[in-house]
Design a binder for this molecule. Structure first.
Ligand code: TXA
Ligand code: MG
Length: 340
């Protein structure tokens, strides 16, 4: 088995990158860092490698993958057309945490797109991801490198916790920066539509596109989401999570649950980390610093598991900017449990 590089030693990363690229070329699946979360990569043009990605994650096969590319030439090889709006968006935000949905050509294996006529493509900005893509010389299909349903990994340790024994290896590039996944934007229709809020904000997209719509399913639970992945319970820690607006109510609920013998956790920010009396309190950044909250969110959700917490209460965050992605992930992780 290929060895994990647990240190962030740059020289090791260099060596491992060539090795990881060779593994991908040879049809294996390898985890690697991107600026959002770690991805589980395999040759997107090799249907068997793609099957192995689904298998390693335990991912339902009706949930399509994002194809990662190193440059624009890589894009031309996968799509039937590049609409003018795509050019503008790519100029503004590629490389970076923006995934665009194009009409797929017939080179893209059907298990990558889960049978859809469209394909999701992104050009990551993380230097390790970029170098891996350049060295492997193939488009790389990569979902987040977690077991299906679990919080996405933002460190190599998170990947290893979920996938040890299931994958060829992980390239350790330290903690990722953005911390939540890329924004998925559908530009295959008339009006650009956000299917998943993420690292590039709605405000940033609006600057380039003028008008951007939000998939109705992101706000209304009754509707079927256009991004297949959004219908699954996701990003969930093992303990049961509830979102609560009122800080005093969080303490009341925590005290009650502890009296019932539960181990209770609270997700808050630096400002209130000493305000709560609970078994484990996680400070997810500080008030108003949503970037740090996003960067720490999945680490926090996983920390509750490490502390064997049964019941988690989380504060709610501002939904502006990257806050939209933070709240989307928290709502999914809570399976909709929210006390206003
Ligand atoms: O930041 C990210 O995007 C990370 C890193 C590794 O790049 N990747 C990631 O992949 O989050 P994954 O597989 O966990 O999420 C992909 C999302 C899913 O919600 C999936 O349903 C959606 O993209 N998707 C993929 N192809 C699609 C398509 N053709 N149409 C609509 N949604 C699509
Ligand atoms: Mg995922």
């Amino acid at each position: 088995r290929w060895n994990v590089n647990k240190s962030a030693n740059l020289q090791n990363i260099e060596m491992n990158l060539q090795e990881a690229a060779n593994l991908i070329k040879d049809g294996h699946v390898v985890a690697f860092p991107t600026e959002t979360v770690y991805g589980l990569g395999g040759n997107a043009l090799d249907p068997q490698a793609v099957t192995d990605i689904f298998k390693a994650k335990g991912r339902p096969n009706d949930n399509p993958l994002i194809v990662h590319i190193a440059n624009r030439d890589g894009l031309n090889e996968l799509v039937t057309e590049i609409p003018p709006i795509a050019e503008k968006l790519m100029d503004a935000y590629w490389p970076g945490p923006l995934t665009l949905i194009f009409h797929a050509n017939n080179k893209v294996p059907t298990n990558v797109t889960a049978g859809l006529s469209t394909v999701a493509i992104r050009m990551p900005s993380h230097p390790v991801a970029r170098e891996l893509l350049e060295k492997s010389r193939v488009p790389v299909a990569a979902p987040s490198a977690n077991l299906s349903g679990r919080p996405s990994p933002t460190t190599a340790d998170h990947v290893w916790t979920d996938l040890e024994g299931r994958i060829a290896g992980v390239v350790d590039g330290g903690a990722t920066g953005v911390g939540v996944e890329s924004t998925v934007l559908d530009i295959s229709g008339e009006v650009p539509m956000i299917l998943r809020p993420g690292g590039i904000t709605r405000e940033e997209l609006t600057e380039v596109c003028g008008h951007v719509e939000l998939d109705g399913a992101l706000m209304d639970d009754g509707q079927a989401p256009k991004s297949p992945g959004m219908k699954y319970t996701h990003y969930a820690p093992k303990g049961s999570l509830t979102l609560v607006r009122d800080w005093e109510l969080i303490q009341e609920l925590a005290t009650k649950a502890r009296a019932e013998g539960k181990r209770v956790g609270v997700l808050t920010t630096e400002e209130r980390v000493n305000h709560y009396d609970a078994d484990f309190v996680y400070a997810c950044g500080s008030d108003g610093d949503l970037k740090t909250t996003a960067a720490l969110l999945y680490n926090g959700l996983r920390a509750f598991d490490d502390q064997e917490i049964d019941v988690i209460f989380s504060e709610v965050f501002d939904e502006r900017g990257v806050g939209a992605a933070i709240m989307n992930r928290l709502e999914k992780a809570a399976g909709g449990r929210m006390i206003k």
